[in-house]
Design a binder for this molecule. Structure first.
Ligand code: C2O
Ligand code: CU
Length: 547
Protein backbone atom coordinates (compact mmCIF):
# COMPACT_ATOMS: atom_id res chain seq x y z
CA UNK A 1 0.00 0.00 0.00
CA UNK A 2 1.17 3.48 -0.83
CA UNK A 3 0.65 6.95 0.53
CA UNK A 4 -0.99 9.43 -1.84
CA UNK A 5 -0.11 12.90 -0.71
CA UNK A 6 -1.90 16.00 -2.00
CA UNK A 7 -1.50 19.68 -1.19
CA UNK A 8 -4.50 21.79 -2.05
CA UNK A 9 -5.09 25.50 -2.05
CA UNK A 10 -8.74 26.45 -2.01
CA UNK A 11 -9.78 29.90 -3.18
CA UNK A 12 -12.34 31.97 -5.07
CA UNK A 13 -11.59 32.81 -8.69
CA UNK A 14 -13.56 34.27 -11.56
CA UNK A 15 -14.52 31.48 -13.94
CA UNK A 16 -17.07 30.96 -16.69
CA UNK A 17 -18.11 27.30 -16.39
CA UNK A 18 -21.29 27.85 -18.40
CA UNK A 19 -20.01 31.00 -20.22
CA UNK A 20 -21.37 33.25 -17.45
CA UNK A 21 -18.59 34.77 -15.34
CA UNK A 22 -18.87 34.44 -11.58
CA UNK A 23 -16.85 33.58 -8.49
CA UNK A 24 -16.12 29.88 -8.33
CA UNK A 25 -14.30 27.96 -5.59
CA UNK A 26 -11.25 26.25 -7.08
CA UNK A 27 -8.71 23.74 -5.82
CA UNK A 28 -5.23 24.53 -7.15
CA UNK A 29 -6.93 26.72 -9.75
CA UNK A 30 -9.46 24.15 -10.92
CA UNK A 31 -13.14 23.30 -10.59
CA UNK A 32 -13.81 20.36 -10.63
CA UNK A 33 -10.70 19.83 -8.52
CA UNK A 34 -7.95 17.28 -9.13
CA UNK A 35 -8.95 13.61 -9.32
CA UNK A 36 -7.59 11.53 -6.47
CA UNK A 37 -6.17 8.31 -7.89
CA UNK A 38 -5.36 5.53 -5.45
CA UNK A 39 -5.37 1.79 -5.08
CA UNK A 40 -7.34 -0.19 -2.55
CA UNK A 41 -5.50 -0.17 0.77
CA UNK A 42 -3.65 3.08 0.12
CA UNK A 43 -3.61 5.98 2.54
CA UNK A 44 -4.69 9.35 1.20
CA UNK A 45 -3.36 12.50 2.81
CA UNK A 46 -4.77 15.84 1.71
CA UNK A 47 -3.44 19.03 3.21
CA UNK A 48 -5.96 21.75 2.50
CA UNK A 49 -5.21 25.41 2.88
CA UNK A 50 -8.21 27.70 3.14
CA UNK A 51 -7.52 30.77 1.02
CA UNK A 52 -11.17 31.78 0.75
CA UNK A 53 -10.46 35.00 2.70
CA UNK A 54 -13.87 35.31 4.36
CA UNK A 55 -15.27 31.82 4.41
CA UNK A 56 -14.83 28.66 6.47
CA UNK A 57 -14.24 25.29 4.88
CA UNK A 58 -14.58 21.53 5.34
CA UNK A 59 -14.15 18.75 2.76
CA UNK A 60 -16.03 15.46 2.87
CA UNK A 61 -14.79 12.27 1.21
CA UNK A 62 -18.07 10.96 -0.07
CA UNK A 63 -18.34 7.15 -0.04
CA UNK A 64 -15.16 6.60 1.99
CA UNK A 65 -16.24 4.98 5.25
CA UNK A 66 -13.42 6.43 7.40
CA UNK A 67 -13.05 3.25 9.43
CA UNK A 68 -10.88 4.18 12.40
CA UNK A 69 -10.67 7.84 11.31
CA UNK A 70 -14.16 9.30 11.95
CA UNK A 71 -12.55 12.71 12.52
CA UNK A 72 -11.47 12.80 8.85
CA UNK A 73 -15.02 12.62 7.48
CA UNK A 74 -14.95 16.37 6.83
CA UNK A 75 -18.48 17.12 8.01
CA UNK A 76 -18.54 20.55 9.62
CA UNK A 77 -20.55 20.49 12.83
CA UNK A 78 -20.57 16.70 13.02
CA UNK A 79 -16.97 15.51 12.86
CA UNK A 80 -14.94 18.72 12.95
CA UNK A 81 -14.86 22.44 13.46
CA UNK A 82 -14.58 24.39 10.22
CA UNK A 83 -11.19 25.21 8.76
CA UNK A 84 -10.99 28.99 9.12
CA UNK A 85 -9.45 31.28 6.49
CA UNK A 86 -5.68 31.07 6.45
CA UNK A 87 -5.54 27.68 8.19
CA UNK A 88 -4.29 24.39 6.80
CA UNK A 89 -6.05 21.15 7.74
CA UNK A 90 -4.70 17.66 7.16
CA UNK A 91 -7.15 14.92 6.18
CA UNK A 92 -5.76 11.41 6.39
CA UNK A 93 -7.70 8.22 5.70
CA UNK A 94 -7.48 4.79 4.16
CA UNK A 95 -9.27 3.94 0.92
CA UNK A 96 -10.25 0.43 1.89
CA UNK A 97 -12.41 -0.52 -1.07
CA UNK A 98 -11.99 -0.10 -4.82
CA UNK A 99 -14.63 1.95 -6.60
CA UNK A 100 -15.85 5.36 -7.67
CA UNK A 101 -16.15 8.02 -5.00
CA UNK A 102 -16.31 11.78 -4.65
CA UNK A 103 -15.15 14.63 -2.52
CA UNK A 104 -16.88 17.92 -1.96
CA UNK A 105 -17.25 20.83 0.42
CA UNK A 106 -19.37 20.12 3.49
CA UNK A 107 -19.73 23.55 5.01
CA UNK A 108 -23.12 25.21 4.51
CA UNK A 109 -24.03 25.02 0.82
CA UNK A 110 -20.44 25.56 -0.29
CA UNK A 111 -20.38 22.49 -2.55
CA UNK A 112 -22.42 24.23 -5.20
CA UNK A 113 -19.82 26.99 -5.53
CA UNK A 114 -17.60 24.46 -7.31
CA UNK A 115 -15.61 22.69 -4.61
CA UNK A 116 -15.83 19.05 -5.69
CA UNK A 117 -13.99 16.28 -7.52
CA UNK A 118 -13.55 12.53 -8.10
CA UNK A 119 -11.86 9.79 -6.13
CA UNK A 120 -11.03 6.71 -8.15
CA UNK A 121 -9.80 3.70 -6.20
CA UNK A 122 -8.42 0.87 -8.32
CA UNK A 123 -8.57 -2.82 -7.41
CA UNK A 124 -5.61 -4.61 -5.80
CA UNK A 125 -2.98 -6.19 -8.09
CA UNK A 126 -4.01 -9.69 -9.24
CA UNK A 127 -7.71 -8.95 -8.76
CA UNK A 128 -9.92 -9.38 -11.82
CA UNK A 129 -13.02 -7.27 -12.09
CA UNK A 130 -16.20 -8.95 -13.37
CA UNK A 131 -16.08 -7.02 -16.66
CA UNK A 132 -13.48 -5.90 -19.19
CA UNK A 133 -12.68 -2.53 -20.72
CA UNK A 134 -9.84 -0.78 -22.50
CA UNK A 135 -9.90 2.65 -20.88
CA UNK A 136 -11.21 4.29 -17.74
CA UNK A 137 -12.76 7.81 -17.67
CA UNK A 138 -14.65 9.89 -15.08
CA UNK A 139 -17.19 12.69 -15.31
CA UNK A 140 -19.13 14.55 -12.67
CA UNK A 141 -22.55 15.98 -13.48
CA UNK A 142 -23.73 19.10 -11.69
CA UNK A 143 -26.26 21.88 -11.97
CA UNK A 144 -25.19 25.50 -11.78
CA UNK A 145 -26.58 28.71 -10.33
CA UNK A 146 -25.52 32.25 -11.14
CA UNK A 147 -26.45 33.60 -7.72
CA UNK A 148 -23.87 33.19 -4.99
CA UNK A 149 -24.30 30.61 -2.27
CA UNK A 150 -24.73 33.50 0.19
CA UNK A 151 -27.60 35.00 -1.69
CA UNK A 152 -29.28 31.61 -1.87
CA UNK A 153 -28.74 30.78 1.81
CA UNK A 154 -30.03 34.20 2.83
CA UNK A 155 -33.23 33.64 0.87
CA UNK A 156 -33.77 30.19 2.35
CA UNK A 157 -33.46 31.49 5.90
CA UNK A 158 -35.55 34.57 5.20
CA UNK A 159 -39.07 35.38 6.36
CA UNK A 160 -40.81 35.27 3.91
CA UNK A 161 -39.01 32.37 2.35
CA UNK A 162 -37.16 32.94 -0.95
CA UNK A 163 -36.62 29.70 -2.85
CA UNK A 164 -33.39 29.22 -4.87
CA UNK A 165 -35.37 28.29 -7.96
CA UNK A 166 -34.19 26.07 -10.78
CA UNK A 167 -30.51 26.16 -11.83
CA UNK A 168 -29.44 28.25 -14.82
CA UNK A 169 -27.59 25.40 -16.48
CA UNK A 170 -26.33 21.85 -16.18
CA UNK A 171 -22.61 21.12 -16.28
CA UNK A 172 -20.75 18.03 -17.46
CA UNK A 173 -17.31 17.87 -15.83
CA UNK A 174 -17.56 21.58 -15.00
CA UNK A 175 -18.67 22.81 -18.42
CA UNK A 176 -22.06 23.98 -19.60
CA UNK A 177 -23.68 26.42 -21.96
CA UNK A 178 -25.91 29.21 -20.71
CA UNK A 179 -27.77 31.11 -23.41
CA UNK A 180 -26.03 34.49 -23.03
CA UNK A 181 -28.31 36.20 -25.52
CA UNK A 182 -31.36 35.38 -23.39
CA UNK A 183 -30.57 38.35 -21.14
CA UNK A 184 -28.95 41.74 -21.46
CA UNK A 185 -25.52 40.56 -20.35
CA UNK A 186 -22.36 42.15 -21.73
CA UNK A 187 -19.81 40.02 -23.55
CA UNK A 188 -17.46 40.46 -20.61
CA UNK A 189 -19.97 38.75 -18.30
CA UNK A 190 -21.34 36.15 -20.66
CA UNK A 191 -19.65 35.01 -23.82
CA UNK A 192 -20.68 31.79 -25.53
CA UNK A 193 -17.45 31.57 -27.50
CA UNK A 194 -15.29 31.59 -24.37
CA UNK A 195 -13.19 28.39 -24.56
CA UNK A 196 -13.73 27.90 -20.79
CA UNK A 197 -17.26 26.81 -21.61
CA UNK A 198 -16.66 24.71 -24.69
CA UNK A 199 -18.36 21.33 -24.20
CA UNK A 200 -16.43 18.67 -22.32
CA UNK A 201 -15.22 15.99 -24.73
CA UNK A 202 -14.35 12.38 -24.03
CA UNK A 203 -12.14 11.12 -26.84
CA UNK A 204 -12.65 7.50 -27.81
CA UNK A 205 -10.82 5.22 -30.23
CA UNK A 206 -13.23 3.43 -32.55
CA UNK A 207 -13.80 -0.17 -31.52
CA UNK A 208 -12.61 0.24 -27.93
CA UNK A 209 -14.66 -0.23 -24.77
CA UNK A 210 -14.72 2.48 -22.14
CA UNK A 211 -15.54 2.34 -18.48
CA UNK A 212 -17.18 5.66 -17.83
CA UNK A 213 -17.55 6.61 -14.20
CA UNK A 214 -20.53 8.93 -13.97
CA UNK A 215 -21.25 10.77 -10.75
CA UNK A 216 -23.76 13.44 -9.81
CA UNK A 217 -23.16 16.27 -7.36
CA UNK A 218 -26.08 18.45 -8.33
CA UNK A 219 -27.29 21.00 -5.81
CA UNK A 220 -30.91 20.27 -6.62
CA UNK A 221 -31.61 18.41 -9.85
CA UNK A 222 -32.27 14.75 -10.51
CA UNK A 223 -30.79 13.96 -13.91
CA UNK A 224 -31.04 11.73 -16.90
CA UNK A 225 -27.72 11.16 -18.70
CA UNK A 226 -27.53 9.81 -22.23
CA UNK A 227 -25.01 9.34 -25.04
CA UNK A 228 -26.44 9.66 -28.50
CA UNK A 229 -26.42 6.34 -30.38
CA UNK A 230 -24.77 4.38 -27.57
CA UNK A 231 -26.20 2.03 -24.99
CA UNK A 232 -24.65 1.88 -21.56
CA UNK A 233 -24.12 -1.23 -19.45
CA UNK A 234 -24.33 -0.45 -15.75
CA UNK A 235 -21.61 -2.37 -13.87
CA UNK A 236 -20.88 -0.49 -10.66
CA UNK A 237 -22.87 1.63 -8.22
CA UNK A 238 -21.33 3.52 -5.25
CA UNK A 239 -18.30 1.20 -5.18
CA UNK A 240 -20.22 -2.09 -5.55
CA UNK A 241 -20.43 -4.35 -8.59
CA UNK A 242 -23.85 -4.49 -10.18
CA UNK A 243 -25.41 -7.43 -12.03
CA UNK A 244 -24.95 -5.84 -15.49
CA UNK A 245 -27.96 -4.32 -17.24
CA UNK A 246 -28.27 -2.14 -20.29
CA UNK A 247 -29.85 1.32 -20.39
CA UNK A 248 -30.36 4.01 -23.04
CA UNK A 249 -30.40 6.70 -20.40
CA UNK A 250 -29.09 6.63 -16.87
CA UNK A 251 -31.10 8.28 -14.11
CA UNK A 252 -28.71 9.63 -11.52
CA UNK A 253 -29.30 11.48 -8.25
CA UNK A 254 -27.01 13.80 -6.33
CA UNK A 255 -24.40 11.81 -4.43
CA UNK A 256 -24.62 8.68 -6.57
CA UNK A 257 -21.81 7.21 -8.64
CA UNK A 258 -22.07 4.61 -11.40
CA UNK A 259 -19.70 2.93 -13.80
CA UNK A 260 -21.12 2.20 -17.23
CA UNK A 261 -19.43 0.42 -20.13
CA UNK A 262 -19.74 1.95 -23.57
CA UNK A 263 -18.41 0.56 -26.81
CA UNK A 264 -17.25 3.01 -29.48
CA UNK A 265 -18.94 1.03 -32.22
CA UNK A 266 -20.82 3.72 -34.17
CA UNK A 267 -19.95 5.54 -37.43
CA UNK A 268 -16.44 6.85 -36.63
CA UNK A 269 -16.56 9.78 -39.05
CA UNK A 270 -18.36 12.06 -36.58
CA UNK A 271 -18.82 12.97 -32.91
CA UNK A 272 -21.85 12.20 -30.70
CA UNK A 273 -23.70 14.14 -28.03
CA UNK A 274 -23.59 13.39 -24.33
CA UNK A 275 -26.47 15.17 -22.65
CA UNK A 276 -28.03 15.66 -19.24
CA UNK A 277 -31.61 16.72 -18.53
CA UNK A 278 -33.55 17.55 -15.41
CA UNK A 279 -36.13 14.99 -14.34
CA UNK A 280 -38.58 14.99 -11.43
CA UNK A 281 -38.90 18.80 -11.37
CA UNK A 282 -40.58 21.08 -13.90
CA UNK A 283 -37.74 22.18 -16.18
CA UNK A 284 -37.75 25.98 -16.16
CA UNK A 285 -35.16 27.51 -18.48
CA UNK A 286 -32.36 25.27 -17.31
CA UNK A 287 -29.91 24.88 -20.22
CA UNK A 288 -29.34 21.16 -20.74
CA UNK A 289 -25.91 19.67 -20.17
CA UNK A 290 -23.99 19.11 -23.40
CA UNK A 291 -20.77 17.22 -23.98
CA UNK A 292 -19.14 15.36 -26.87
CA UNK A 293 -18.23 11.75 -27.31
CA UNK A 294 -15.35 12.51 -29.63
CA UNK A 295 -14.42 9.73 -32.05
CA UNK A 296 -10.71 9.94 -32.74
CA UNK A 297 -9.40 11.49 -35.03
CA UNK A 298 -12.33 13.93 -35.42
CA UNK A 299 -11.73 17.33 -33.87
CA UNK A 300 -12.86 17.31 -30.20
CA UNK A 301 -14.70 20.63 -30.67
CA UNK A 302 -16.59 19.57 -33.77
CA UNK A 303 -20.33 19.57 -33.13
CA UNK A 304 -22.24 16.43 -34.05
CA UNK A 305 -24.31 16.88 -37.23
CA UNK A 306 -27.50 15.99 -35.34
CA UNK A 307 -29.65 17.68 -32.71
CA UNK A 308 -28.81 16.72 -29.13
CA UNK A 309 -31.04 13.91 -27.88
CA UNK A 310 -33.74 15.08 -25.53
CA UNK A 311 -34.16 13.25 -22.25
CA UNK A 312 -37.19 11.30 -21.04
CA UNK A 313 -40.39 13.00 -19.86
CA UNK A 314 -39.53 14.84 -16.65
CA UNK A 315 -42.61 13.92 -14.63
CA UNK A 316 -42.79 10.20 -15.30
CA UNK A 317 -41.68 8.50 -12.08
CA UNK A 318 -42.23 4.92 -13.31
CA UNK A 319 -39.02 4.50 -15.38
CA UNK A 320 -37.00 6.00 -12.54
CA UNK A 321 -38.45 3.64 -9.97
CA UNK A 322 -37.91 0.85 -12.47
CA UNK A 323 -34.20 1.64 -12.84
CA UNK A 324 -33.83 1.72 -9.05
CA UNK A 325 -35.40 -1.73 -8.86
CA UNK A 326 -33.04 -3.13 -11.49
CA UNK A 327 -29.88 -2.40 -9.51
CA UNK A 328 -28.86 -5.67 -7.84
CA UNK A 329 -25.53 -6.94 -6.52
CA UNK A 330 -23.39 -8.79 -9.06
CA UNK A 331 -23.87 -12.55 -8.56
CA UNK A 332 -20.21 -13.13 -7.68
CA UNK A 333 -20.07 -10.25 -5.22
CA UNK A 334 -23.16 -10.62 -3.09
CA UNK A 335 -22.83 -9.53 0.51
CA UNK A 336 -25.83 -11.09 2.20
CA UNK A 337 -27.60 -8.81 4.68
CA UNK A 338 -28.58 -10.00 8.15
CA UNK A 339 -32.05 -11.56 7.81
CA UNK A 340 -33.53 -9.54 10.65
CA UNK A 341 -32.87 -6.17 12.21
CA UNK A 342 -32.64 -4.99 15.79
CA UNK A 343 -34.36 -1.68 15.24
CA UNK A 344 -36.63 -0.13 12.62
CA UNK A 345 -36.71 3.65 12.29
CA UNK A 346 -39.24 5.27 9.95
CA UNK A 347 -38.41 8.70 8.55
CA UNK A 348 -41.32 10.74 7.25
CA UNK A 349 -40.02 13.43 4.86
CA UNK A 350 -42.01 16.66 4.97
CA UNK A 351 -41.85 20.36 4.37
CA UNK A 352 -42.97 22.54 7.26
CA UNK A 353 -43.46 26.06 8.40
CA UNK A 354 -41.87 26.67 11.84
CA UNK A 355 -42.30 30.15 13.35
CA UNK A 356 -42.85 31.49 9.87
CA UNK A 357 -39.68 29.94 8.47
CA UNK A 358 -39.72 27.23 5.83
CA UNK A 359 -38.02 23.92 6.72
CA UNK A 360 -37.63 20.33 5.68
CA UNK A 361 -38.17 17.82 8.44
CA UNK A 362 -37.89 14.19 9.35
CA UNK A 363 -40.73 13.03 11.60
CA UNK A 364 -41.58 16.70 12.08
CA UNK A 365 -38.12 17.51 13.41
CA UNK A 366 -35.97 19.87 11.39
CA UNK A 367 -32.28 19.26 11.98
CA UNK A 368 -29.86 21.93 13.17
CA UNK A 369 -26.16 21.64 13.93
CA UNK A 370 -24.80 22.36 17.43
CA UNK A 371 -21.93 24.81 17.98
CA UNK A 372 -19.62 22.03 19.09
CA UNK A 373 -19.33 19.14 16.60
CA UNK A 374 -21.06 15.95 17.77
CA UNK A 375 -17.97 13.78 17.61
CA UNK A 376 -16.12 16.04 20.04
CA UNK A 377 -19.18 16.51 22.28
CA UNK A 378 -19.89 12.77 22.46
CA UNK A 379 -16.31 11.69 23.01
CA UNK A 380 -15.81 14.25 25.77
CA UNK A 381 -19.30 13.70 27.24
CA UNK A 382 -20.32 17.34 26.84
CA UNK A 383 -24.01 16.55 27.30
CA UNK A 384 -25.18 20.15 27.37
CA UNK A 385 -23.95 20.72 23.81
CA UNK A 386 -27.00 19.17 22.18
CA UNK A 387 -30.52 18.07 23.08
CA UNK A 388 -30.25 14.67 24.82
CA UNK A 389 -33.87 13.61 24.24
CA UNK A 390 -33.89 11.07 21.41
CA UNK A 391 -35.78 12.16 18.27
CA UNK A 392 -38.88 10.18 17.17
CA UNK A 393 -38.58 6.64 15.78
CA UNK A 394 -41.47 7.15 13.41
CA UNK A 395 -44.63 9.11 12.70
CA UNK A 396 -48.36 8.55 13.04
CA UNK A 397 -48.53 6.23 10.06
CA UNK A 398 -52.19 5.37 10.69
CA UNK A 399 -53.56 8.89 10.43
CA UNK A 400 -51.00 10.84 8.43
CA UNK A 401 -52.13 11.47 4.87
CA UNK A 402 -49.05 11.41 2.64
CA UNK A 403 -51.06 12.52 -0.41
CA UNK A 404 -52.22 15.87 0.90
CA UNK A 405 -50.70 19.09 2.16
CA UNK A 406 -50.42 18.89 5.93
CA UNK A 407 -49.89 21.73 8.37
CA UNK A 408 -47.66 19.67 10.64
CA UNK A 409 -48.33 22.16 13.45
CA UNK A 410 -46.08 20.34 15.90
CA UNK A 411 -42.90 20.60 13.85
CA UNK A 412 -39.82 21.72 15.76
CA UNK A 413 -36.15 22.32 15.13
CA UNK A 414 -33.71 20.18 17.10
CA UNK A 415 -30.11 18.99 17.26
CA UNK A 416 -30.99 15.69 18.97
CA UNK A 417 -29.44 12.53 17.48
CA UNK A 418 -30.11 8.80 17.13
CA UNK A 419 -27.83 6.65 19.26
CA UNK A 420 -27.43 3.16 17.87
CA UNK A 421 -26.24 0.07 19.70
CA UNK A 422 -22.76 -0.80 18.46
CA UNK A 423 -22.83 -3.66 15.93
CA UNK A 424 -26.62 -3.74 15.84
CA UNK A 425 -28.55 -4.01 12.58
CA UNK A 426 -30.72 -1.02 11.80
CA UNK A 427 -33.53 -0.67 9.26
CA UNK A 428 -34.42 2.73 7.91
CA UNK A 429 -37.69 3.29 6.10
CA UNK A 430 -37.70 6.56 4.18
CA UNK A 431 -41.29 7.64 3.66
CA UNK A 432 -42.10 10.37 1.18
CA UNK A 433 -45.15 12.63 1.38
CA UNK A 434 -46.78 15.65 -0.17
CA UNK A 435 -44.90 18.96 0.14
CA UNK A 436 -46.60 22.24 1.05
CA UNK A 437 -47.73 22.51 -2.57
CA UNK A 438 -50.89 20.68 -3.64
CA UNK A 439 -50.20 17.45 -5.59
CA UNK A 440 -46.44 17.75 -5.25
CA UNK A 441 -43.91 15.28 -3.89
CA UNK A 442 -40.18 15.51 -4.63
CA UNK A 443 -37.27 13.15 -5.15
CA UNK A 444 -34.78 13.08 -2.25
CA UNK A 445 -31.39 11.39 -2.59
CA UNK A 446 -30.43 10.24 0.91
CA UNK A 447 -26.76 9.80 1.69
CA UNK A 448 -25.26 7.99 4.69
CA UNK A 449 -21.79 8.85 5.95
CA UNK A 450 -19.47 6.18 7.34
CA UNK A 451 -21.36 3.14 6.00
CA UNK A 452 -22.85 1.39 3.05
CA UNK A 453 -26.40 0.10 3.42
CA UNK A 454 -28.31 -2.65 1.71
CA UNK A 455 -31.17 -1.40 -0.41
CA UNK A 456 -33.96 -3.79 0.56
CA UNK A 457 -36.76 -2.32 -1.49
CA UNK A 458 -38.70 0.55 -2.97
CA UNK A 459 -42.42 1.02 -3.19
CA UNK A 460 -45.24 3.37 -4.03
CA UNK A 461 -47.40 5.01 -1.39
CA UNK A 462 -47.35 4.45 2.32
CA UNK A 463 -45.04 1.76 3.66
CA UNK A 464 -47.00 -1.11 5.21
CA UNK A 465 -45.16 -2.42 8.27
CA UNK A 466 -46.96 -5.77 8.04
CA UNK A 467 -46.81 -6.58 4.36
CA UNK A 468 -43.95 -4.69 2.74
CA UNK A 469 -41.06 -6.30 4.66
CA UNK A 470 -42.12 -9.62 3.13
CA UNK A 471 -41.12 -8.24 -0.25
CA UNK A 472 -37.63 -7.21 0.83
CA UNK A 473 -34.80 -8.41 -1.35
CA UNK A 474 -32.59 -10.32 1.07
CA UNK A 475 -31.01 -12.38 -1.71
CA UNK A 476 -28.94 -9.98 -3.79
CA UNK A 477 -29.59 -6.40 -2.64
CA UNK A 478 -27.09 -3.81 -3.83
CA UNK A 479 -25.08 -1.94 -1.25
CA UNK A 480 -24.92 1.82 -1.71
CA UNK A 481 -24.25 5.00 0.22
CA UNK A 482 -26.82 7.17 -1.58
CA UNK A 483 -30.32 6.17 -2.58
CA UNK A 484 -33.31 8.00 -4.05
CA UNK A 485 -36.61 8.36 -2.28
CA UNK A 486 -39.09 8.65 -5.13
CA UNK A 487 -42.17 10.93 -5.08
CA UNK A 488 -44.98 9.55 -2.87
CA UNK A 489 -42.91 6.40 -2.34
CA UNK A 490 -40.80 4.62 0.26
CA UNK A 491 -37.29 3.21 0.30
CA UNK A 492 -36.13 0.57 2.79
CA UNK A 493 -32.49 0.29 3.90
CA UNK A 494 -30.55 -1.92 6.30
CA UNK A 495 -27.11 -1.28 7.72
CA UNK A 496 -24.80 -2.48 10.45
CA UNK A 497 -23.89 0.13 13.02
CA UNK A 498 -20.31 -1.10 13.11
CA UNK A 499 -18.26 2.05 12.57
CA UNK A 500 -17.50 3.97 15.77
CA UNK A 501 -18.25 7.65 15.32
CA UNK A 502 -20.95 10.23 14.59
CA UNK A 503 -22.38 10.08 11.10
CA UNK A 504 -24.65 12.29 9.12
CA UNK A 505 -27.55 10.84 7.11
CA UNK A 506 -29.15 13.50 4.97
CA UNK A 507 -30.82 14.55 1.78
CA UNK A 508 -28.02 15.39 -0.67
CA UNK A 509 -29.91 18.36 -2.10
CA UNK A 510 -27.96 21.37 -0.81
CA UNK A 511 -30.98 23.53 -0.01
CA UNK A 512 -32.88 20.64 1.60
CA UNK A 513 -30.11 19.76 4.03
CA UNK A 514 -29.58 23.45 4.73
CA UNK A 515 -33.29 23.62 5.58
CA UNK A 516 -33.00 20.76 8.06
CA UNK A 517 -33.40 17.54 6.08
CA UNK A 518 -31.03 15.26 7.92
CA UNK A 519 -30.28 13.27 11.05
CA UNK A 520 -27.14 12.11 12.89
CA UNK A 521 -26.42 8.57 14.05
CA UNK A 522 -23.97 7.77 16.81
CA UNK A 523 -22.52 4.33 17.48
CA UNK A 524 -19.62 3.02 19.55
CA UNK A 525 -18.24 6.47 20.23
CA UNK A 526 -16.46 5.06 23.31
CA UNK A 527 -14.36 2.99 20.89
CA UNK A 528 -13.15 6.04 18.95
CA UNK A 529 -9.44 6.69 19.43
CA UNK A 530 -8.00 9.96 20.65
CA UNK A 531 -9.34 12.87 18.63
CA UNK A 532 -6.79 15.01 16.83
CA UNK A 533 -6.78 18.55 18.22
CA UNK A 534 -6.91 19.89 14.65
CA UNK A 535 -10.68 19.18 14.49
CA UNK A 536 -11.29 21.47 17.48
CA UNK A 537 -11.33 25.23 17.89
CA UNK A 538 -15.04 26.06 17.85
CA UNK A 539 -17.93 26.01 20.34
CA UNK A 540 -16.83 24.48 23.64
CA UNK A 541 -13.38 23.87 22.21
CA UNK A 542 -12.68 27.47 21.31
CA UNK A 543 -8.99 28.08 21.75
CA UNK A 544 -8.15 24.38 21.42
CA UNK A 545 -6.68 22.99 18.27
CA UNK A 546 -4.29 25.83 17.76
CA UNK A 547 -0.61 25.08 18.28
CU1 C2O B 1 -21.88 13.99 -0.30
CU2 C2O B 1 -22.96 14.67 3.56
O1 C2O B 1 -22.45 14.41 1.63
CU1 CU C 1 -34.43 16.51 -0.36
Amino acid sequence: ARIRHYKWEVKYEYKSPDCYKKLVITINGKSPGPTILAQQGDTVIVEVTNKLLLENLAIHWHGIRQIGTPWSDGTEGVTQCPVVPGDTFKYQFKVDRAGTYLYHAHYGMQRESGLYGSIRVSVPDNFTEPFAYDYDRSIILTDWYHKSTYEQATGLSNKPFVWVGEPQSLLIQGKGKFNCSSSSLTADTCNTSNPECSPYAITVIPGKTYRLRVASLTALSALSFQIEGHNMTVVEADGHYVEPFVVKNLFIYSGETYSVLIKADQDPSRNYWMTTNVVSRTPVNTSEGLGFLNYYPNHPRRSPPTDPPTGPIWNDTAPRLNQSLRIKAHHDFIVTPPTTSDRVIVFLNTQNEINGYRHWSVNNVSFTLPNTPYLIALKNKLHHVFNQTPPPEGYDSVNYDIYNVSNNPNATTSNAIYRLGFNTTVDIILQNANTMIVSNSETHPWHLHGHDFWVLGYGDGKFDMNKDPEKYNLVNPIMKNTVPLHPYGWTALRFKADNPGAWLFHCHIEAHFYMGMGVVFEEGVDKVGELPSSIMGCGETKGFGKP
